[in-house]
Design a protein around this ligand. Structure first.
Ligand code: 13P
Ligand code: SF4
Length: 359
């Protein structure tokens, strides 16, 4: 039963003490989050992995790319554990390393030598990957002078990239790329979308010449569901409502909202408001429900009336958490995520550039 599982997790954690730290992403279900030592957005959890060098193991309640990142940032002796290995991210899977390598080669045919800076000291293209990507992609980015971003620092990272290159190739999330570039004043005409099924991305060479941000065709299937109609309906039904959405939402939804930001931005916006307020939120429903429960002074609801959990985040069932923790008690490391060194070394370079790129 749920209570038994809860008790098993508590007992295993008590037995392990400081030997383990449990990290939980905001989208995790309540039955998991209550056992997390640190809860955060993907940027904060990457830092949390870095900041616990004394533990033997880091149990990551989140998705695969987050656990890979934690492995690359933690000490080699520390085991990073993903309670269910099937917890992936469909958006991260939309940028495959072979496709990215091929896109890069095709762009080199258009732009020439990708490594040599022009008279202004700028290379033709800087690759930028969203944290929601495989370690292999982060490694590619690290080897080609690029950088990682999260939803909380995308603008700072794009500014870093434009200080070094004429253009950015941004993957996998077209929406985060488009929303961030638009907020920086880059016109939509200068954001062609890469289409791997057509040679040269299906973009004319003129389009690619003027391009500032070349977008990848990826998206998040959870955030893609939010619509402008939902925003309009929330405003009609709740006069004075504050609409806040995650930047993985489509551009028209971000434009219709009052604000957009990372999961932690959304949390701070609600918790930092003293006047009782109604918030309509465009992000994963487990976070929205927790924010509603934790902030009874406000009315907080999800823009999408049909419950929309992230199905892969949901694969971290408390039963798996109990199973990996009990394994550690018995001296057995279960479900370890270990990135091969030849991938991890360049990927870490791209991650460290992000950690150093303060606004
Ligand atoms: P955050 O970095 O805002 O936590 O987002 C991670 C994510 O997967 C959003 O879908
Ligand atoms: Fe991936 Fe979307 Fe789930 Fe975030 S919410 S982990 S982007 S599928």
């Amino acid at each position: 039963s749920a209570d038994e599982l809860d008790e098993r997790i508590r007992a295993a954690k008590a037995a392990l003490g400081d030997r383990v730290v449990v990290l939980g992403h905001f989208y995790q279900r309540e039955e998991v989050i209550r056992h997390a030592d640190y809860v955060g957005d993907s940027y904060q959890l990457a830092n949390a992995a870095l900041e616990h060098p004394q533990t033997e193991a880091i149990v990551f309640c989140g998705v695969h790319f987050m656990a890979e990142t934690a492995d690359m940032l933690s000490r080699p002796e520390q085991a990073v554990i993903l309670p269910n290995l099937a917890a992936g991210c469909s958006m991260a899977d939309m940028a495959d390393i072979d496709q990215v390598e091929e896109a890069w080669e095709q762009l080199a045919e258009v732009y020439g030598d990708m490594d040599t800076p022009d008279a202004d000291g700028l290379v033709p293209v800087i690759p930028v990957t969203y944290m929601n990507s495989s370690a292999a992609i982060k490694g590619f980015v690290g080897r080609h002078g690029g950088i990682v971003c999260t939803s909380s620092n995308a603008r700072t990272v794009l500014e870093w990239a434009f200080a070094r290159g004429r253009r950015v190739l941004f993957f996998p999330d077209q929406h985060l790329g488009r929303n961030t570039a638009k907020a920086m004043g880059i016109p939509l005409e200068q954001m062609p979308m890469w289409n791997p099924r057509k040679p040269l991305g299906g973009s004319t060479e003129g389009e690619l010449d003027d391009a500032r941000v070349i977008l990848w065709h990826g998206f998040c299937s959870v955030h893609r569901r939010f619509t402008v109609d939902q925003v309009d309906q929330a405003r009609a039904e709740h006069p004075g409502v504050r609409v806040i959405v995650h930047p993985e939402c489509p551009m028209d939804v971000v434009d219709a909202a009052d604000e957009s930001g990372s999961t932690d931005y959304i949390r701070r916006a609600i918790e930092g408001t003293t006047e009782p307020t109604t918030f309509a939120i465009g992000t994963e429903v487990n976070l929205v429900q927790r924010l509603a429960a934790d902030n009874p002074q406000h009315t907080v609801f999800c823009l999408d009336p049909v419950v929309c959990p992230c199905s892969t985040m949901y694969r971290i069932h408390p039963g798996y958490l109990a199973w990996v923790l009990e394994g550690l008690v018995d001296g057995e490391v279960r479900n370890r995520i270990a990135v091969a060194q030849d991938v991890a070394d360049p990927a870490r370079v791209a991650l460290e550039r992000m950690l150093a790129a303060k606004p």
